[in-house]
Design a protein around this ligand. Structure first.
Ligand SMILES: NC(=O)C1=CN([C@@H]2O[C@H](COP(=O)(O)OP(=O)(O)OC[C@H]3O[C@@H](n4cnc5c(N)ncnc54)[C@H](O)[C@@H]3O)[C@@H](O)[C@H]2O)C=CC1
Ligand SMILES: O=C([O-])CC(=O)C(=O)O
Length: 327
């Protein structure tokens, strides 16, 4: 058995946190031979509910669960953690865009970035789920000057999985056989789900679907899926969001499959002409605990325009939180 690693979950008594903690403790994120110590953070009024989560975790008697820390203190929550899933933040309601949450949620991520900077293991991998995820991740990253910016990522894996699911349904081929899906840009309604590189059972995806379906149905449905879930459930996606977060961290830690890639919001390094200084979703391959942006893909005029539109939105979000970007 390996030595345990420490995994922080913020907002652990919330809907996503509740759906996530048990699966991580069961080994779904880091594998069946990796014990974990969970660090669960909540705001003070939610500590009694968090205690209930701890009681249930213990009652599962998970073989891989080596300990649980439950706290409302950032320093304790992030002490020596190897993985940090920053989920705790307000969800949106009907009729809102995710960026409408910036005022309510942005302020959470500066102090969390600073606490990670001061307390976390130097190899910490950070995933921001709380919305607007890309810009919140940027806020955390800017407040952690002693960590490598590449240690901060934002979640677009849920959009990636939604796109796989839509294309699988359309083509009648199980998503296990769909490779090289890409989400570019922001986790918002400007994101660009791109099937131009995708293969379905080895065949080029664009040759299997009508262009009109791709532009008028597929792209808007993936872009608007979060809102559709809110409308249907009366609450934002939780189990699928938790599952995508687990997928994101598993890919990053354990690697992506040969011949495939995943979508991750990562600090732009200028790849594909996207300005550095924002967290932008790219196709990424992961190996040995590191990710690399896939290079050299052909980008046509249609894609360029969509990629630029979502970049513009991210620059606007960054401008709106300029005051939160200094440590
Ligand atoms: N990136 C993505 O793909 C997705 C992101 N989300 C976002 O995830 C976030 C969480 O969603 P839910 O779990 O459904 O919300 P929720 O309201 O059920 O739970 C949020 C939890 O966070 C806690 N919390 C609030 N501020 C905190 C702080 N400063 N420190 C620690 N904990 C704090 C709350 O007490 C609550 O228990 C929302 O912002 C939502 O929009 C949701 C789905 C997908
Ligand atoms: O739509 C929302 O507000 C929640 C979310 O980010 C998603 O489900 O993708």
């Amino acid at each position: 058995m390996k030595n345990p690693v420490r995994v922080a979950i913020t907002g652990a008594a919330g809907n996503i946190g509740y759906a996530m903690a048990f699966r991580i403790a069961a080994g779904d994120m880091l594998g069946p031979d990796q014990p974990v110590i969970l660090h669960l953070l909540e705001i003070t009024p939610a500590l009694p509910a968090l205690q209930g989560v701890v009681m249930e975790l213990n009652d599962c008697a998970f073989p891989l669960l080596a300990g649980v820390v439950a706290t409302d203190k950032l320093e304790e929550a992030f002490k020596d953690v190897n993985y940090a899933l920053l989920v705790g933040a307000r969800p949106r309601g009907p009729g809102m865009e995710r960026k409408d949450l910036l005022t309510a949620n942005g302020a959470i991520f500066g102090p969390q970035g600073k606490a990670l900077n001061d307390c976390a293991s130097r190899d910490v991998k950070v995933l921001v789920v709380g919305n607007p995820a890309n810009t919140n991740s940027l806020i955390a990253q800017c407040n952690a000057p002693d960590l490598d910016p590449k240690q901060f990522t934002a979640m677009t894996r849920l959009d990636h999985n939604r796109a796989l699911s839509q294309l699988a349904e359309k083509t009648g081929v199980h998503f296990n056989f769909i490779k090289k899906m890409t989400i570019w840009g922001n986790h918002s309604s400007t994101q660009y789900p791109d099937i131009s590189q995708c293969t379905v059972d080895g065949k080029a995806a664009p040759s299997l679907v009508e262009r009109d379906w791709y532009e008028a149905t597929f792209i808007p449905e993936v872009q608007q899926r979060g809102a559709a879930i809110i409308k249907a459930r009366g609450a934002s996606s939780a189990a699928s969001a938790a599952s995508a977060a687990i997928d994101h961290m598993r890919s990053w830690a354990l690697g992506t499959a040969e011949g495939d890639w995943v979508s991750m919001g990562v600090p732009s390094d200028g790849s594909y002409g996207v300005a550095p200084g924002i967290i932008y979703s790219y196709p990424c391959v992961c190996k040995d605990g590191k990710y690399e942006i896939v290079q050299g893909l052909t980008v046509d005029e249609f894609s360029k325009a969509k990629m630029a539109a979502t970049e513009t939105e991210l620059r606007e979000e960054r401008a709106a939180v300029e005051h939160l970007l200094k440590p």
